[in-house]
Design a protein around this ligand. Structure first.
Ligand code: 3Y8
Ligand code: NAP
Length: 246
């Protein structure tokens, strides 16, 4: 009997959840609990970590999970790594459902970097207006360049003081729109954009806006995760589930 754990937190996970619910699949949706009010899902939903690899392996056994679909964000490298190890231990089928990385197009001025630290190094010495659209978890390293004014877009109001001296905080949850992002970046006189190569549509608006405004984008490459099958559409995941059933 197929029972699915869907590791969520992305637009892909939400679209898969809808199809699974419509098909009457026995599935559980999982959030990390990173945001105050995550978007509700049409599946039974659990929130919070599993307690590392062992905790996830124990959960898979206790819940008689037969398939894990890792539809977490390409930068959720710890979750993806844990899923590979836990599914191996528990003998559970695993696939990733992931969107491809963004590719530069005509008119894009992208500076590719490998880490957050390299993104900080890629910022100029002279004070600039930086749209730091990477969320809340990786801000501290930018304190090495306090001379810039940082426009931060966060999902929730920050609970603790921010680690940067000059900031403007925009509270918003994507997916975002290029027209709105263009107006936002013009309003704040943005000169540089820093982004993760998330891929997908939900966060691409700022790249389109940067292209239109002729601004450079410092683009952080994806972290390494262990090899596992990667599918690119809801249809492929549904086919994988039926091919590996039983
Ligand atoms: C908690 C669930 C859906 C999913 C929507 C996608 C699109 C909108 C764009 C910018 C970039 C960023 C950030 C972003 C986007 C989607 C998707 C996506 C980027 C929610 C969500 C959770 C999170 C966690 C949050 C991180 C942060 C990253 C903001 C829900 C809204 C910057 C990633 O405050 C925090 O601690 C936020 C943490 C991880 C990255 C970071 O390191 O700070 N996402 N985002 C999930 C959980 O608890 O398991 O609250 O409803 C989901 C979405 N965020 O269902 O339609 O699919 O990517 N999320 C990035 O790409 O760089 C914003 O501002 O331009
Ligand atoms: P991460 O660094 O890879 O994971 C850290 C820990 O958070 C994991 O070890 C696990 O805790 C827990 N966790 C992560 N995702 C989970 C999930 N879907 N369900 C249950 N526990 C989860 O993860 P992250 O980058 O903080 O991402 C957290 C969530 O935000 C994920 O759902 C991800 O899809 C979403 N998201 C992240 C980004 C991003 O830029 N990182 C962007 C958009 C959405 P235990 O070890 O205790 O099991």
């Amino acid at each position: 009997m197929t029972r699915i754990l869907l590791l969520g937190g992305t637009s892909e996970a939400s679209s898969l959840a809808k199809t699974l619910a419509e098909s009457g699949a026995d599935a559980v949706f999982s959030y990390a609990g990173r945001t105050a009010k995550p978007v509700s899902q049409p599946l039974p939903t659990r929130v919070g970590g599993f307690g590392g690899v062992d905790g996830l392996a124990a959960y898979l056994k206790a819940e008689a999970i037969t398939h894990v679909v890792d539809a977490t964000h390409p930068f959720a490298a710890q979750m993806s790594t844990n899923a590979v190890q836990a599914c191996e231990t528990a003998g559970v089928n695993l696939c990733a459902f992931e969107r491809p990385a963004w590719q530069a197009g005509e008119g894009d001025t992208w500076v590719h970097v490998g880490t957050i630290g390299e993104a900080v190094d890629a910022l100029p010495e002279a004070a600039a207006q930086v749209f730091l659209a990477i969320g809340k978890q990786n801000l501290t390293q930018f304190a090495a360049k306090p001379q810039h004014h940082y426009l931060l877009r966060l999902v929730d109001e920050p609970e603790a003081p921010l680690p940067l001296p000059h900031t403007t905080v925009e509270i918003a949850r994507g997916p975002f729109d290029a027209v709105d992002d263009t107006a936002l970046m013009q309003r704040h006189g943005i000169t540089h954009v820093v982004a993760k190569n998330a891929g997908g549509m939900g966060a691409a608006a700022k790249l389109t806006a940067a292209r239109g405004l002729g601004l450079p984008v410092i683009l952080i490459g994806r972290p390494q995760v262990p090899v596992r099958p990667i599918l690119g559409s809801v249809a492929e995941v549904m086919a994988w589930l039926s091919h590996t059933a039983g």
